[in-house]
Design a protein around this ligand. Structure first.
Ligand code: PHE
Length: 354
């Protein structure tokens, strides 16, 4: 019995894992284990012998069982310690830099322009980029054979053969949103509409898709003076410096009178600086909304009048952030985007700075 005890207690102490421990349990105290077989021999003993051997065998069985249990706990503890040591994590390490995109200058400037004009009470309106020729032209007092239709280098959508309705167009300006907004809200109205517009044109300052922001204010007593004030306020807030404007008489079918607006700038050393010098740069078209346009929008021109303007957003971005070539805006060149792009956290607000 002492041999059995030494053998099993020794082997249990040495067991490397739970599988080895289980093998030892079966060999010692399992149904056909050595200790169990010895217990079966008790029956063949004399009562005197049994009285001595019985308790001893039971004690041995108990001792082996508790040694097995203790070793099992020890093995589990060791396994846990090993895992803890291996899966160690330094939560104080700085995180890895993740590639982060930038906000495109057009998006940034759209936000800036919207923030300034919203502060003056203009609501943001939207319209479709694929527009009927009625909204894009007719309603804006540009009838079918008007030269403005060809001047605009319009992209026409294809119609199915046999479908003789006039084709839809990719809107050539944001002005159709004037009509849609008038129809939807009536007068008085004060809206801006930033968005994409399309013209078949491509050089350093023209791309087939670009961005405009339309402005429209209609009420009973609106005049060119209000237009001039709004634009001068706008440019000064946008460029962060007092900017003089120059209104040049011009012509648009949808405004009467019409004016093209230039902002003051200098061109010294090949660099454009807004708000100084005695040069001028054309930035937008504007005027008093034509009575026919009011009518097309369902507004009575005998009662209401207003101004409208249309400004190039990309042009405004080039001027403010010194970006020389418009085409690069839409090349999706990552180096360009990283250089001219804005941080997502740099949200333009009137109070935080534009
Ligand atoms: N729609 C004109 C353009 O794209 C700009 C404009 C808008 C002019 C509103 C006058 C009034 O050139």
């Amino acid at each position: 019995m002492d041999d059995l005890r030494d053998k099993y207690l020794g082997q249990i102490a040495e067991a490397a894992d739970e599988a080895a421990l289980e093998e030892l349990r079966v060999a010692a105290v399992g149904k056909k284990g050595e200790v169990s077989l010895k217990m079966r021999e008790l029956g063949k003993m004399t009562p005197e012998e049994r009285q001595v051997a019985g308790p001893k065998l039971n004690a041995l069985k108990d001792e082996i069982n508790s040694a097995l249990a203790a070793k099992k706990v020890a093995l589990e503890d060791a396994a846990l310690d090993a895992r803890l040591a291996e899966e160690w994590l330094d939560v104080t390490l700085p995180s890895r830099e993740r590639p982060r995109g930038t906000i495109h200058p057009v998006s940034q400037v759209t936000e800036e322009v919207t923030a300034i004009l919203a502060d003056m009470g203009f609501a943001v309106a939207e319209g479709p980029q694929i527009e009927s020729d009625w909204y894009n032209f007719d309603a804006l007092n540009i009838p079918s054979h008007h030269p403005a239709r060809t001047e605009m280098d319009t992209f026409y959508m294809a119609r199915a053969t046999g479908d003789n309705r006039p084709p839809h167009v990719l809107r050539t300006h944001t002005s159709p949103v004037q009509i849609r907004s008038m129809q939807e809200h009536g007068a008085p109205i004060r809206i801006i509409c930033p968005g994409r517009v399309y013209r078949a044109d491509y050089d350093q300052t023209h791309t087939p898709m670009f961005h405009q922001v339309e402005g429209l204010a209609i009420d009973k007593d609106i005049s060119m003076a209000n237009l001039k004030w709004v634009l001068e306020e706008f440019f000064s807030a946008y460029f962060g410096t007092k900017v003089k404007t120059r209104f040049r008489a011009s012509h648009f079918p949808f405004t009467e009178p019409s004016a093209e607006v230039d902002i003051q700038c200098s061109f010294e050393g090949g660099q454009v600086k807004v708000g100084e010098g005695d040069g001028w740069l054309e930035v937008l078209g504007s005027g008093m909304v034509h009575p026919k346009v009011l009518e097309a929008g369902g507004i009575d021109p005998a009662e209401w009048q207003g101004f409208a303007f249309g400004m190039g957003i990309d042009r405004m971005a080039m001027l403010k952030y010194g970006i020389p070539d418009l085409r690069a805006f839409f090349d999706s060149d990552l180096r360009w985007l990283r250089h001219y792009g804005f941080s997502a956290l740099q949200v333009p607000t009137l109070h935080g700075g534009l």
